[in-house]
Write a protein that binds this ligand. Structure first.
Ligand SMILES: NC(=O)c1ccc[n+]([C@@H]2O[C@H](COP(=O)([O-])OP(=O)(O)OC[C@H]3O[C@@H](n4cnc5c(N)ncnc54)[C@H](O)[C@@H]3O)[C@@H](O)[C@H]2O)c1
Ligand SMILES: O=P(O)(O)OC[C@H](O)CO
Length: 331
């Protein structure tokens, strides 16, 4: 079936998804980037050198920084824009959104509003047909066609099945889920946990400490998610445990790298600068502000917030964590 996809966001993930879709000879793929100079460089080199080096972008992928050209004739939009730039970027598409489905690929929570990416998309574009695609999926591997499995979540089962059928392949397995809130919260919160895991590695605390951190991290994510209406089972699936494992242990993870460098003692300003986006940095702020309001206990994510945004030393934050009274494991 011939389909046209508009991929919004030419970072590592947007690039990898565009390359993935372009493997189907009957698909037309357009990749949009907000910064014309990065689009021009990708068009010239057929590669995203700073963000996804070594992955060739086929000639068939149309690269553009013009919103109207990107979405013209598209059957589906795929939004891979970092959460912090999502609202401003989408405003450039206002008036262009028809009733085509939009699949959100972003993993974060907007600062200030605490909105999930699909909530930002709905508010800015006024569209109803929304799905989320999330799970353990590093661009570096998907871009090279290595096997992966992810989740398509939508309140509209038909749309989740559509995504499964048309975006999934043998190597990019797409499962369905109806828990949009849970899948989006999993994707956002695991990034904060990956910063904590990187800190643990940078401080050379060893495998036992990291296993404890990741396990208690999952409990914390689940508690936070359930308090916001998510289904606890989602946290044990691909979007939750699956993505938590890959992000906390992979050499590719930008979030883990931020934590690792802070744990090794590099200055915060140097670690947080750079072209790559670590969503957990922003999400830790959204989560912190939220738990201050609703009074939930999130000691690991609060520790990450204090290190990243308030400059607390990693060792002091760990000391605060270790001094906590251990309670019932289930909570
Ligand atoms: N990289 C992955 O493996 C991966 C996998 C799954 C999901 N995601 C999610 O996808 C989203 C995009 O991440 P990514 O890895 O592609 O990002 P990235 O770090 O590779 O790229 C950053 C992007 O932000 C854009 N940008 C920079 N300044 C901007 C501005 N002022 N306005 C608008 N855009 C600007 C850049 O052009 C670039 O496209 C994130 O939410 C991320 O969590 C990433
Ligand atoms: O590189 P990260 O830390 O942004 O993680 C990328 C993906 O979310 C992994 O599934």
């Amino acid at each position: 079936m011939a389909l046209t996809f508009a991929v919004l966001g030419n970072g590592a993930w947007g690039t990898a998804i565009a390359v993935h879709l372009s493997q189907r000879p009957d698909y037309r793929v357009k990749l949009w980037g907000a910064l014309p100079e990065t689009v021009e460089e990708m068009r010239r080199l057929r590669e995203n050198v700073p963000l996804l080096p070594g992955v060739r972008i086929p000639e068939s992928v149309v690269l553009t920084s013009d919103p109207a050209e990107a979405v013209e004739g598209a059957d589906c939009w795929m939004s891979a824009i970092p959460t912090a730039f999502l609202r401003a970027s989408l405003q450039r598409f206002a008036g262009l959104a028809s009733q085509v489905p939009i699949v959100s690929l972003s993993k974060g929570l907007e600062n200030g509003t605490f909105y999930r990416p699909t909530e930002v998309i709905r508010e800015v574009l006024g569209v109803q047909r929304l799905a989320v695609l999330s799970g353990p999926s590093h661009a570096e591997e998907v871009g090279r066609g290595l096997p992966a499995a992810v989740v398509a979540a939508s309140e509209e089962l038909e749309l989740a099945l559509w995504v499964q059928r048309h975006i999934g392949t043998e190597r990019f397995r797409v499962y369905t889920n109806s828990d949009v809130v849970g899948v989006e919260l999993c994707g956002a919160l695991k990034n904060v946990m990956a910063i904590a895991a990187g800190l643990c590695d940078g401080l050379q605390f060893g495998d036992n400490a990291k296993a404890a951190l990741v396990t208690r991290g999952l409990a914390e994510m689940t508690r936070f998610g359930v308090a916001h209406g998510a289904d606890s089972h989602t946290f044990h699936g691909l979007a939750g445990l699956g993505d938590l494992i890959v992000t906390c242990y992979s050499e590719h993870s930008r979030n883990r790298r931020v934590g690792f460098r802070l744990g090794r003692g590099e200055p915060r300003e140097a670690v947080l600068a750079g072209p790559q986006v670590a969503e957990g940095v922003w999400t830790s702020r959204s989560v912190y502000e939220r738990v201050q309001r609703i009074g939930l206990e999130t000691p690991i994510m609060t520790g990450v917030y204090r290190i990243v945004h308030e400059g607390q030393s990693p060792l002091d934050a760990v000391r605060d964590l270790l001094r906590r009274q251990p309670g019932n494991e289930r909570w």
